[in-house]
Design a protein around this ligand. Structure first.
Ligand code: SF4
Length: 270
């Protein structure tokens, strides 16, 4: 069991949003992680701020019955296109992931999406649970161990080869729509692009989603941040992240698509 406990005076709902997603429309968020942000990564761009509990140990953070109650309180289903498991950290750390996806499908009757950082895909029970999702977006920000350390700051047990092998295994088993999501923090050198293209040829996702940080990042954990709604006018202490331009992103997307024929999407930045 984890030693970090949720402060009892905070009202936590496992359901939030809807969040306007450039990828999926109006998305209802399900947070299987809870008050304490928990992840095997501590990405330099993470919208949650510095991760409070860095681990790769799976456990039940939010009981499934609480998620059922929060979903049953929902009244504005007409505003929801999809339901996304993401929230306050890495959703595959939730030991009740399969149970959550099952009840979400039953109650929401909407396509279900899981956004994962890919670090637990070597675990067959995680891959099995993810079979229940209609769309799985797996993170692949780095093509070298150094880049992984610099961008994703993983716990020491995580390495790039395991991540790539996990995605490869999952691709072989998964019948749903598999997206690879990649955060672009700077202009890529030709050798990075070449390695990335080789990895895509190996992993054969249904699509690639390129993104770049476009919003301020809170420095200290705020529950609000899970809904992607931190703006320059928010009262929290924030850090503005350097991001690449729309022009760079669109050229990169074109190069990747030309080389692999895999559809590549990226947001319309303003
Ligand atoms: S994987 Fe996601 S939740 Fe985890 S640190 Fe990175 S951005 Fe944050």
């Amino acid at each position: 069991m984890n030693a970090i406990q949720s402060p009892s005076n905070l009202r936590f709902s496992s359901v939030y949003g809807p969040v306007k997603s450039w990828r999926y429309g109006k998305s209802l968020g399900i947070d299987p992680i809870g008050i304490v942000s928990t992840c095997s990564f501590d990405c330099v761009y993470c919208q949650l701020g510095k991760i409070q509990n860095q681990t790769n140990q799976r456990q039940i953070f939010v009981p499934t019955k609480d998620i059922i109650c929060d979903l049953q309180e929902m009244t504005n289903w007409e505003d929801i296109d999809v339901v996304t498991l993401s929230g306050s950290g890495e959703p595959t750390l939730a030991l009740n992931l399969a149970e959550i996806l099952t009840v979400v499908r039953q109650i929401a009757k909407r396509p279900t999406i899981v956004l994962t950082n890919s670090t637990l895909l070597g675990d067959y029970t995680v891959r099995g649970a993810l079979q229940l999702a209609d769309i799985v977006a797996v993170k692949l920000d780095a093509v070298s161990p150094n880049q992984l350390k610099r961008i994703n700051q993983p716990i020491t047990a995580v390495d790039l080869l395991d991540i790539v092998t996990g995605i490869e295994q999952f691709r072989q088993e998964y019948q749903g729509h598999l997206a690879i999501q990649t955060m672009v923090l700077s202009r890529w050198k030709p050798e990075i692009l070449a390695t990335y293209i080789q990895l895509l040829e190996l992993l054969q996702p249904d699509e690639v989603q390129l993104n770049t940080p476009s919003r301020p990042r809170v420095l200290v954990r705020q529950l609000d941040a899970r809904g992607n709604n931190i703006t320059p006018s928010s009262s929290y202490v924030c850090q503005n992240l350097r991001c690449v331009s729309l022009d760079i992103l669109s050229k990169l997307a074109q190069q990747i698509h030309t080389a692999t024929q895999i559809p590549v999407r990226y947001p319309a930045l303003n």
